[in-house]
Design a protein around this ligand. Sequence first.
Ligand code: AMP
Length: 397
Amino acid sequence: MDRLFIKDINVRGKKVLVRVDFNVPFDSQGNISDDTRIRSALPTINYLLDENASIILASHLGRPKGKAMPEFSLRPVAKRLKRLLDKEVIFVEDCIGDKASDAIGKMQPGDIALLENLRFHDGEENNDPEFANAFLSLGEVFIQEAFGNCHRKHASMVGMTYGHMPHAAAGFLVKKEIDYFEKAIKAPMRPVVAILGGAKVSDKVLVIENLAESVDKLLIGGAMTFTFLKAMGYDVGKSLVEDTMLDTALKIIEKLKKENVKFYLPVDFVVAERFDANAASKIVTYQEIPSDWMALDIGPASTKLFRETLDDAKTILWNGPMGAFEMDAYSRGTYAMVDALANSHALTIVGGGDTDLAFHKTGESYKVSFISTGGGAFLKLLEGKELPGIGALTKSE
Ligand code: AMP
């Protein structure tokens, strides 16, 4: 990656403002149910501790829409971080203004503070320069570590471009995300296989068009399949279809042909009478979907086919489940792909909320080369776009 990295700039003893993505999920009792995002920031926090910096962490949480709402407070995150680091974490009740500057004014080298939710101010999502400057003035150096938010032009993500923060660089997580992505796309070991699943073709058109220019094989699963099959003239019963995308699906097939990408669709499905875990279900080929049933997972022959296409892969990219995997009855296809990637010798890169959830559930996460922490940001990279939060990092030091 050719942007500045935290190790390229002087952070020793400085007040370092770190934009993190601590937008963690909570269970019904209000406890953090998955702290992966907090853990992902630990390498940067530990590096800054070694450098004797004063560490000021800032994040968003949920969608409070510019209002201070207690249910979106980052206070529980400060507690979890304290436990993970075994070190005091100062919780600051605002992210700008007197409360923030007073608390930060008292910080000593080696102290860690977490500011309250940036989205309690509407200036954050509106990308208000005044808010950005009030926030950035809290630190001497800025580190971008919120990869999951890098596709959003919010004040704390791109405010550095207003000129009030000369020293801005990527943290360890952001660097790792970009480095892995570049390994898979810019100079990959071939063959490169991309697996795309999930609900909608419309969400992934730009991704497919961009990947068509760099991958060797493309596998499509999930509900997206049925828009392609219908466009090709098959009866897909009551399976999910985006009727407005039928022409686009045909154009995509043409483009894949033109680019010499080998294109694979599932050849059989688990079909059910309705979208229900307990509905009657059976396995049929792609030509036999009954007109009043819906296909909810790929079948065993597709799983075998997809596994075989991965056999010679040197690089595999995966986004999106193969079926309605939240229901056990329709989860086999997705978990078979988890197993295939976990046992592959290829460089394996996985991204997108549902896909990483499937890996975490099986406990196989450690067997893939990299799981991206950003759903939307990961997809934007796959579309070939520069992320605003990365583009805003300057080379000014
Ligand atoms: P996405 O958000 O686009 O990654 O889509 C993920 C969602 O697609 C999951 O909630 C899956 O349950 C759903 N999904 C995948 N395959 C199917 C299918 N064949 N029928 C209905 N929903 C599906």
